[in-house]
Design a protein around this ligand. Structure first.
Ligand code: HAM
Length: 402
């Protein structure tokens, strides 16, 4: 038997209902915040991710599904959605058009990670990207939108925030950090490598011996320039004003290199080790870095498989029709009636004759509101028997009145 690849899952049955519910709920809320649906290809030039997500990140260094296509081009299955959205923004010259552009998207992402609960190699994200707004109010609105999505889905969360500074404050901080790290001994191999490639990433190292040494390291959010400091203070005060609890985590650095200023993660303690259910932040330099006109931007993505574990599904309502025949001669008629009904309503039908009891059971299983059956008597009288499975009423009526 050929099975799906490790870390890749089929989507069917209840899982697909939950999936659709998440996409619909999040999409409706994103539209309320002024975001419009956008889509970019799943396959992009490898260079795009190297330049945006960053050479030193684990995603680019270890996890990309990268290969040469038949034309000899190095291509890659997207590990995340932001890079493609920025590429599309620049390629379509929207950076030159000015104004604000807000997009939402959902789709498959690919990361060659070690699969475990909540960590897949092919997974789905729902994300939003906003281009053209430097105001910290846009950061707030993105966070409020995620809060609304989680509340609508019945998901509890904790919000963690940090500021990753900007080009004015981070070089000096990084230099200071590197000097301190170079004095330390016994760091893990990853941290030793990161001192040269991306020193701030040491801060979220999971090795206890490293973390013990890092407690006294200078904190990023305490070394911000005037503007970053003010923006971070405003964001915190706005969050308090809107009643959103948050924790400032000086070690929140995010696994992608493009962030500046505010970065955040929504976490849940109900899904095991992989607790991050959404992440995002500001990336004011990325448009410019990918060849566009400098444009401030902020966005987030949530992991659909992770939140699917937590969603409280609304009670499913019965809807539409089920058609069945108790006499084989009624099947062609049932087909016609079902076809007519399908022009406006959901409808299923049985192709063979069955007892009334069997039809009622099948209609119930199909989640239909009405079970409509034609037997020998109804056929002769040009009628149809209909049961409303919600209020349990029954009637016989003329077929043409249906
Ligand atoms: P990220 O934090 O790498 O950010 O991913 C966002 C979310 O995707 C995570 O919080 C998690 O729920 C989910 N996720 C990540 N990896 C996996 C996996 N292997 N299996 C299942 N779920 C996973 C980004 O991707 C950024 N592009 C977010 C962003 C948008 N920042 C600005 N705009």
């Amino acid at each position: 038997m050929i099975t799906a690849l490790r870390g890749m899952k089929d989507l069917q049955g209840r899982d697909s209902e939950v999936f659709e519910h998440i996409i619909k709920t999040a999409g409706d809320i994103a539209q309320r915040y002024g975001f419009a649906y956008a889509e970019t290809p799943q396959l992009e030039a490898t260079e795009l991710f190297k330049r945006s997500v960053g050479q030193s990140s684990d995603i680019v260094g270890k996890e990309m599904y990268e290969f040469e296509d038949k034309g000899g081009n190095s291509v890659c299955l997207r590990p995340e959605g932001t890079a493609g959205m920025v590429r599309s923004f620049v390629q379509n010259k929207l950076d030159r058009a000015g104004g604000t552009h807000r997009w939402f998207y959902h789709g498959t992402m690919f990361r060659y990670e070690r699969p475990q609960k909540g960590r897949l190699r092919q997974f789905h994200q729902f994300g939003c990207e906003s281009f053209g707004q430097a105001s910290v109010y846009e950061d707030l609105n993105v966070i409020l939108m995620i809060k609304d999505i989680f509340e609508a889905l019945g998901i509890r969360y904790k919000l963690i925030i940090n500021s990753l500074g900007c080009d004015a404050c981070m070089p000096a901080y990084r230099q200071n950090l590197v000097a301190k790290l170079q004095e330390m001994t016994g760091l893990c191999e990853d941290c030793k490598r990161r001192i040269d490639t991306n020193p701030v990433r040491v801060l979220d190292c999971k090795v206890p011996d490293c973390q013990e040494q890092y407690t006294d390291l200078p904190k990023m959010h305490q070394n911000l320039c005037g503007e970053c400091d003010e923006d971070f203070a405003t964001l915190k005060s706005l969050l308090r004003e809107f009643g959103i609890d948050y924790t400032v985590d000086a070690n929140l650095v995010r696994g992608l290199d493009y962030y500046t200023k505010a970065a955040f993660e929504f976490v849940s303690d109900e899904i095991g080790a992989q607790s991050s259910i959404a992440g995002g932040g500001r990336y004011d330099k990325l448009v410019e870095f990918l060849g566009g006109k400098p444009t401030p931007a902020v966005g987030f993505a949530l992991g659909i498989e992770r939140i699917a574990e937590l969603v409280q599904m609304p009670d499913t309502e019965r809807k539409g029709w089920y058609f069945g025949a108790m006499d084989a001669k009624a099947v062609p008629l049932i087909q016609k009636l079902a076809y007519q009904k399908r022009q406006s309503q959901q409808c299923s039908m049985q192709y063979g004759k069955k007892s009334l009891k069997a039809h009622l059971k099948a209609a119930d299983k199909a989640g239909a509101q009405y079970c409509a059956v034609i037997g020998e008597d109804e056929l002769a009288a040009g009628e149809i028997w209909v049961k409303d499975l919600v209020n349990k009423s029954e009637r016989r009526q003329k077929q043409e009145e249906l």
